[in-house]
Design a protein. Structure first.
Length: 44
């Protein structure tokens, strides 16, 4: 379950996913992982 609406929307649009969109979401995750304060958005 993703708490962040924007992330949920981006990940649910599988048909419209491009390599750039996937990279952008991955980069958001990595930034949140490094800071540890944004991790509440991601189910682990």
């Amino acid at each position: 379950y993703l708490r962040d609406e924007e992330l949920r929307r981006q990940l649910s649009e599988v048909e419209d996913s491009t390599e750039q969109k996937i990279d952008a979401v991955l980069n958001l995750f990595l930034e949140d992982l490094k800071s540890e304060k944004g991790m509440e958005k991601w189910p682990l």
